[in-house]
Ligand binder design. Structure first.
Ligand code: C2E
Ligand code: CA
Ligand code: CA
Length: 819
């Protein structure tokens, strides 16, 4: 019977039936794979198409299978049962797919899904069989029927299992084909086993129930072809559609992966949050910056890492419904350790329907802030004391003035200068000096409130700015500081003392801008210093005139030699007996670019203070020797050039060497040079006398200037190797009126004669004065009567007589003059 049956099959149609089953299974499963992620309407569409395809496939397979089987009878089909059979296969597939789409990963899902599909296949088959109308009755072999049922269930279970593993593995297409094939086996296997279970027992046509309407084999053939075409059309559509979806899915996946890798490799923290500020995502940089692993912060509120300030930025972003990007704010972030650090947050919003999400890019700006601070330190702070420097002082004072102007307040600028700080530096070295300055700064600061500014101006100069103050208050602060600084300082087991001079200027009385106030406080400080230091002094307008000139001289002095602003004038010295000019005193002049001609009486003391007298004195000495060498070469009657030597110059241990070198350099015979020393130079005889001797040994002459005004005791005058005494102008001024002065001059001359010294009287302006000098037996004089000090070219023109020939003329000329 079975053998018979095989011969009754058309192999091509059998194969076609299998192909239909596989194809429809593939299409429907493909569709089912879409179901897994879909929701709502999408799911209904997919379930409908999938179940329709599979139902049509089972149905078409069945009837192709029937066409393949030759029953040797005319078979027609009952359309009602046929419709019911297709309905069964479609509905059961639909339920199966729906079940699968609800919950994927459960055994019950597989069982239920495959059970439903199996039921569909089985019921389709047997209802289809029942729809047959032919002159035979169908009997079934129970065992084979059971086997067909088993095939349907087991094969569809296996197919589903394979399919679901495909769906999870996502991209493995051969699994889908395998599961489609297994499903095909379930359908066709069940069908042909069912057919094998059936035997058609012939009966008379008469008992054949005759239906009004029935479908014959040809119609069935068309229907089946229609069903197959439909399945194929669906298959093509689904495959095309799937390819497109996969392509865009793939692109999305690639882009998503790229975004992820960008976010993960970013140096900045990239954080997303929902509208309530709960963290949704957290990248590697965020872990690094905040110290939290993503597990610790996902779902946590942003306040955990951004305690303050975020709310504002967040609200700003939340208001209005547009998506926004790029608003950048600087906030403080909190590290897991609790440490706060500066961050820069740029916040963007993304809208999804009614939901708003935030994306924050966060950068740790600790380093930037620190380097900003370092730059500020460098620009605005003093290296040593870390006090504000001159620049910050200036900015601060300027802004205080702006504020005070609006509110009519008084500002005080106090200029502090330590007295004798240079000595500490010189004696104990710069290390101690620096330490000392730091302590002074600290002690000064302790006398001030947090509203006051203490700045280091330079060296040992400090400036204090007091705002909203009064004259009395400033006075008190100044007293307090002066007192505090006068207390001893202990450094390296040393007990050091200093004091400070404080100059004060007040806004608006003494100035309305920072420059003026600082300058005037400085001026007032000079005054305090001049009065002996360790005191304060308020600025006054009178001070300004005196001191600003002094400051101009001081600051210009350093450059005066370089700029050739100095010039040596010469004043003739006259032999009283012969009335002949026998020598000159060199007197320096300064052509100040602003102040004009400045007298040495004014700038020499300042040059001495600033230690500039040494280079200046050397320059004058060289200049005078050079010039006198020219003159004496022309005029042999000249006997000397007098050059003033400051006590500071004279006290240099190598002073005689300098003189010697200058004489050598200028080629002047030492006997022509006379050095005018002051009494202060010879105040320490034990040091002065050896130097004087060294000079004398060289052949240089020495004179004592301004004799009679100092404290030098006449008793040790004899110990000095002098050549000349210069009687000070204060004695000659009134010599013609005042007997006492005349007596003093006569006594000096008398004593000088006894000591073998030459005497010269200064400041002789009138013939009367000259007469008294002659009476006093003074040897020489100098003064306006003969000539004021003059520039060298005038001296040369007036007083240097060029000798035409050799020395022969010298004698007669001298005699002429003396006669
Ligand atoms: P000194 O050495 O006593 O110089 C004499 C001063 O008296 C000069 O003033 C001179 O111009 C002035 N004089 C001369 N004859 C008369 C006169 O008949 N009547 C009046 N009223 N004054 C007269 P000068 O040039 O202003 O010098 C002032 C002082 O400056 C000098 O006093 C001297 O101590 C110092 N000095 C000038 N040149 C130099 C220099 O090259 N080196 C140093 N170390 N000191 C100098
Ligand atoms: Ca002099
Ligand atoms: Ca003098």
């Amino acid at each position: 019977m079975m053998g018979d049956q095989f011969s009754q099959y058309n192999v091509w149609l059998v194969s076609l039936s299998f192909a239909i089953a596989v194809l429809s299974a593939f299409t429907s499963l493909h569709i089912a794979s879409r179901l897994l992620g879909s929701k709502g309407n999408d799911r209904i569409v997919w379930v409908s198409i999938g179940s329709f395809t599979l139902g049509a496939g089972i149905w078409s397979m069945h009837f192709v299978g029937m066409l393949a089987y030759d029953t040797h009878m005319t078979v027609t089909y009952d359309p009602l049962l046929m419709s019911i059979s297709i309905l069964f296969s479609i509905v059961s597939s639909a339920i199966a797919f729906y079940v699968i789409s609800i919950e994927v990963n459960k055994t019950s899902t597989y069982l239920l899904g495959s059970g439903l599909i199996g039921m569909g296949i089985i019921s389709m088959h047997y209802i289809g069989m029942a729809a047959m109308q032919m002159p035979a009755a169908i009997t079934y072999n129970g065992k084979l029927v059971a086997l067909s049922v088993c095939i349907a269930f087991i094969a569809s279970y296996t197919a589903l299992k394979l399919f679901l593993s495909y769906a999870q593995a996502a991209s493995c297409k051969w699994r889908l084909w395998t599961s489609a094939c297994v499903m095909g086996v379930a359908i066709t296997g069940m069908h042909y086993t069912g057919m094998a279970a059936a035997s058609f027992d012939g009966m008379s046509v008469a008992i054949l129930p005759q239906m009004d309407s029935s479908i014959d084999q040809d119609t069935l053939g068309y229907l089946v072809v229609g069903g197959v075409l439909l399945i194929m059309a669906f298959t093509v559509i689904v495959i095309k559609y799937q390819a497109r979806i996969e392509d865009s899915n793939h692109r999305f996946a690639i882009i998503d992966r790229m975004h992820r890798s960008i976010i993960e490799s970013a140096n900045d923290a990239v954080i997303t949050a929902d509208h309530d500020g709960n963290i949704l995502s957290w990248n590697k940089a965020a872990e690094r910056i905040f110290g939290y692993h993503s597990k610790e912060v996902i779902e946590a509120p942003l306040e955990k890492i951004l305690p303050t300030g975020f709310q504002n930025a967040h609200q700003d972003q939340g208001e209005g419904n547009d998506e926004r990007t790029g608003q950048t704010v600087e906030l403080e972030g909190i590290h897991k350790s609790g440490r706060a650090f500066p961050i820069e947050l740029s916040l963007s919003t993304i809208k999804d329907g009614a939901n708003v999400y935030f994306t924050g890019i966060i950068r740790n700006i600790t380093e930037r802030i620190e380097s900003q601070k370092r730059i500020e330190e460098l620009v605005y702070r003093d290296d040593l004391t870390h006090l504000p420097n001159r620049r910050m002082l200036y900015d601060h004072l300027s802004s205080c003035i702006e504020e005070a102007a609006d509110r009519a307040q008084t500002i005080a600028v106090m200029f502090l200068d330590l007295d004798r700080f240079k000595q500490i530096n010189d004696v104990y070295g710069h290390r101690v000096g620096d330490h000392f300055l730091k302590k002074v700064a600290r002690r000064t600061q302790s006398c001030l409130t947090s509203n006051d500014l203490l700045a280091r101006q330079s060296g040992d100069e400090f400036v204090i700015v007091l705002t909203e103050t009064s004259e009395d208050e400033v006075r008190n602060v100044a007293k307090e500081i002066i007192q505090a600084i006068a207390e001893p300082f202990f450094i390296d087991n040393l007990e050091l003392y200093t004091s400070t001079s404080v100059g004060i200027s007040l806004y608006p009385k003494d100035g309305t801008d920072a420059d003026t106030l600082l300058k005037h406080a400085d001026t007032a400080m000079y005054e305090a210093k001049k009065e002996g230091g360790n005191q304060y002094s308020f600025f006054t307008n009178e001070l300004d005139q005196v001191i600003s000139r002094k400051m101009m001289i001081e600051t210009g002095l350093r450059k005066a030699i370089e700029r050739e602003e100095l010039e040596v004038y010469y004043q003739p010295q006259v032999n009283v007996a012969t009335q002949k000019v026998i020598g000159f005193e060199a007197l320096v002049r300064w052509n100040h670019p602003v102040l004009g001609l400045v007298s040495p009486g004014e700038f020499i003391p300042l040059a001495e203070e600033a230690n500039l007298i040494i280079p200046m004195g050397e320059w004058i000495l060289r200049e005078a020797c050079l010039k006198f060498k020219e003159w004496v070469d022309d005029d042999h009657t000249l006997t000397h050039i007098s050059v003033n030597i400051s006590a500071i110059q004279f006290k240099q241990p190598n002073f005689p060497d300098i003189v010697k070198a200058t004489l050598k350099e200028t080629n002047l015979d030492p006997s022509y040079l006379e050095l005018e020393l002051t009494e202060s130079s010879v105040q320490e005889p034990e040091r002065a006398i050896p130097t004087m001797h060294r000079l004398k040994m060289m052949g240089v002459k020495l004179s004592l200037d301004d004799f009679g005004t100092g404290y030098s005791s006449l008793s040790y005058l004899k110990d000095f190797p002098l050549d000349t005494l210069k009687i000070d102008r204060s004695f000659t001024q009134a010599i013609h009126e005042n007997q006492r002065d005349k007596a003093v001059v006569e006594t000096i001359v008398h004593m000088a004669l006894k000591l073998g010294l030459n005497v010269i009287a200064e400041g002789i302006e009138t013939p009367e004065q000259l007469n008294k000098i002659i009476e006093s037996k003074c040897h020489e004089y100098q003064g306006y009567l003969c000539s004021p000090p003059l520039p060298q070219h005038q001296i040369a023109a007036k007083f240097i007589k060029k000798e035409l020939s050799l020395n022969i003329q010298k004698e007669p000329l001298n005699q002429e003059a003396s006669s």
